[in-house]
Design a protein around this ligand. Structure first.
Ligand code: JCF
Length: 665
């Protein structure tokens, strides 16, 4: 072999190995930039020696020209759909039916997340990617080979040396959520079409006639079963067959598990449901398949779906409804947020009547109007949002929505600061709406935590003129309270007791309660432990604040301007007079700050902390918490699904601990 060809082979093998480590093993060993550098090198060599290019070279993913249309491909073995269950009861019935039919109890299931993408079939001949097809109607699909070849998670050539003459794998092509958002942002800038959700984006990308365009879409692939395989395979179970698929270099979802009986299925369903908001791809449920292949054959099929498998669906999280009106809300910091009032619709099991429209730019971008039919999405416990307008259903004569020019609460002229997307009411605490929000924040759970004082009650007390500032809360009398609507003697006394109890707090909670912009729990804790008193905070200079961990110039400025404001100084003074106290912050001894001098990085997802509380705990124990791993890092705490930061730490030989270690600290 000429030396240049040998070099080409070496680089191709390296690139394939890196892609395998990244997509299949989920353990990247080099950075994207390093991969790209090597790829460019191969491209350059191949350009100089075009005769040495082979179809399985990593550079050949985008070799094809635009197509005129898609060829039809008949599936040798039909691509099935799945039956559904929605409830625990239906799941039990499914399991009981199979137990009865098979005489096996309990049944082992291969359980997997059900990806919300597009089912495709990929065929390899002699280890080389030969063709790829959509599911279509199950018996005939479309030839999307050129597009599938551009997906880096799909190997052009299988790994290993036990490669069958012919192998068909089936799986789901998805677009990651992060890739989807990045894509839409860029499409937006270029004035191109945006997609309503990652699934539509993946579908649109696969049906793209120009593979060069598909190549720029962030698609991924997970295999979920085998199709036609030429050789006789000796696997006893479905899960063994997928383990083998993985050794061939094809990615299989790492969350797949073997579970036992309906109870095991239910636990898996709940576990995946909890993980769902943290995943970087959309799923719409889980799938259970009888793991024993002999048992699968025995159970057989019902018309178009296997009897031995079912999808357990999550309640839908996107729905369409009509916008009945658009209101604007005033936030604690004066931000003006447009809110769509919706015809009530059930999204993910919850009735939704309001959805945020974020700001004026978003309304323009999506061109949302009163009367429009829209897609509404609810993700986890975040505020529902309007995703997209169904333009074909827009009523005739509808008008573009314009934001108000004056504050709906206090009629002050609204302003838009440079570089900000939101309109603001500049009246601060002179605006009733902002005053209400400031007090609601002050009494909230993470702040002074006054029990029995909900949002509505605060609003009512401000409207009735009982309170103007948080300090007024501490001068309320029973007589003041019982004249309020629906306030009995007993609730009034309870509330007064809660207010009294809240007077003893901690300095960090007090600072947080003040509602300084950009000062969340973690920053409040930093200020409390480092500055140690309100008196010192009142006169501190921005430069001094900037020396503290994680306080940059913007936050520093927010803090100093808050304390410079006469009104704020007065309220703080009144609060102190009302008898708010906290324990002096002790300078912690070395015993209490075992992490002093240590630089720590948090990565992956934690189950028992939020990022802010984990960080707060570490700061309290003396550590410095930074966001990227370097030689200066002393320790990395890795939660679930930790990625490149963990890899880097291991490479640099940095000590790694798990979440339990932080819990036990
Ligand atoms: O992830 C999916 N959407 C998915 C779809 C997973 C599976 O295991 C499937 C499927 C459709 C049909 N299995 C079959 C038989």
């Amino acid at each position: 072999m000429p030396p240049i060809n040998a070099e080409i082979q070496v680089i191709r093998k390296q690139l394939n190995d890196y892609a395998y480590q990244y997509y299949v093993l989920d353990e990247p060993t080099i950075s994207d930039a390093q991969y790209d550098e090597l790829y460019q090198k191969l491209l350059a060599i191949e350009k100089a020696h075009p005769d040495l290019i082979t179809p399985d070279s990593p550079t050949q993913r985008v070799g094809d020209k635009p197509l005129d249309g898609f060829k039809q491909i008949k599936h040798e073995m039909s691509m099935l759909s799945l039956g559904n269950v929605f409830t625990e009861q239906e799941l039990k019935e499914f399991d009981e039916r199979l137990t009865e039919l098979s005489g096996v109890s309990p049944i082992c299931y291969a359980a997997e997340p059900k990806l919300d993408g597009l089912a495709v079939s990929i065929t390899y001949l002699e280890g080389q990617l030969f063709q790829a097809a959509t599911r279509g109607d199950g018996s005939t699909g479309e030839d999307i080979t050129a597009n599938v070849k551009t997906i880096k998670a799909v190997p052009l050539k299988l790994r290993g040396d036990n490669i069958p003459h012919k192998l068909e794998v089936r799986g789901e092509v998805i677009m990651t959520r992060s890739g989807f958002e990045r894509y839409n942002r860029q499409a937006e800038i270029k004035g191109e079409k945006t997609f309503a959700n990652p699934r539509n984006a993946a579908a649109g990308s696969l049906r793209q006639l120009d593979p060069c365009k598909t190549a720029r879409r962030p698609l991924a692939f997970y295999a979920y079963s085998l199709g036609v395989v030429s050789e006789y395979l000796k696997f006893k179970t479905h899960s063994q067959s997928l383990d083998w698929v993985k050794t061939l270099g094809i990615a299989v979802n790492p969350l797949n598990q073997i579970v036992i009986g309906a109870h095991g299925c239910m636990q898996f369903y709940q576990m995946i449901g909890e993980k769902r908001p943290t995943l970087d791809y959309d799923i719409d449920g889980v799938v259970y398949k009888v793991d024993d292949l002999a048992l699968q054959i025995k159970l057989g099929f019902v018309t178009k779906s296997p009897r031995w498998a079912t999808a357990h669906k999550f309640p839908a999280e996107e729905a369409t409804t009509i916008i009945e009106n658009i209101d604007v809300q005033v936030g604690r910091t004066g931000s003006i947020t447009p809110v769509a009032r919706l015809h009530p619709v059930v999204v993910g099991g919850v009735t939704v009547t309001n959805a945020t429209l974020h700001n004026e730019d978003e309304i323009r971008r999506k061109d949302v109007r009163i009367g429009d039919t829209v897609f509404v999405r609810r993700a986890g416990d975040v505020i529902p949002e309007v995703v997209k307008v169904v333009l074909s259903k827009r009523p005739k004569g509808s008008q573009q929505f314009n934001m108000p020019t004056h504050c709906p609460a206090c009629e002050t002229k609204l302003v838009k600061l440079e570089g900000e997307a939101v309109l603001r009411c500049p009246a601060g605490l002179y605006c009733d709406a902002q005053r209400k929000q400031a007090i609601i924040h002050f009494v909230s759970r993470k702040a002074l935590d006054i029990d029995g004082l909900g949002d509505k009650l605060v609003e009512l007390m401000v409207d009735e003129g009982l309170i103007k500032t948080p300090a007024d809360l501490f001068h309320l009398k029973k007589q003041d309270l019982i004249q309020l609507e629906r306030m009995g003697e007993k609730s009034a006394l309870n509330l007064l007791q809660s207010i009294e109890k809240s007077k003893h707090t901690s300095l960090d909670k007090f600072i947080y309660a003040l509602g300084i912009r950009e000062v969340g729990e973690a920053t409040a804790l930093t200020l409390a432990t480092q500055i140690k008193s309100i008196k010192a905070l009142k006169t501190i200079k921005a430069e001094q604040l900037e020396e503290l961990p994680d306080i940059g110039p913007i936050v520093a400025k927010r803090i100093t301007s808050f304390f410079a404001e006469e009104h704020n100084r007065q309220v703080i003074e009144q609060l102190m007079q009302a008898g708010i106290t906290w324990d002096e912050i002790q300078t912690p001894s070395a015993k209490e700050q075992p992490l002093i001098g240590k630089t720590i990085v948090l990565t992956g997802s934690l189950s028992q902390f939020t990022r802010a509380t984990a960080k707060a705990k570490l700061l309290k124990l003396g550590a410095k918490v930074t966001s990227s791993v370097s030689k200066k890092t002393d320790l990395v705490i890795a939660g679930e699904n930790a990625g490149s930061k963990l890899t880097k730490a291991e490479k640099l030989g940095i000590e790694v601990k798990d979440e339990q270690w932080l819990v036990d600290l």
